[in-house]
Ligand binder design. Structure first.
Ligand SMILES: [Zn+2]
Length: 50
């Protein structure tokens, strides 16, 4: 997990996370969204696990 996409703060809460698998490649993905306690911005990200 990374911090806020706006201010780089690590004072964030994960408010949404969804795990999924790509049918084509078999890779697993996480889509997640965090809310920053410092600046109040929401940041959406996704990453894949190899
Ligand atoms: Zn922030």
């Amino acid at each position: 997990m990374q911090g806020c996409g706006n201010c780089k703060s690590e004072q964030v809460k994960v408010i949404y996370a969804q795990w999924s698998v790509s049918v084509a490649s078999g890779d697993t993905y996480w889509d997640y969204e965090v809310f920053c306690g410092e600046c109040g911005m929401y940041t959406s990200r996704s990453f894949s696990e190899n």
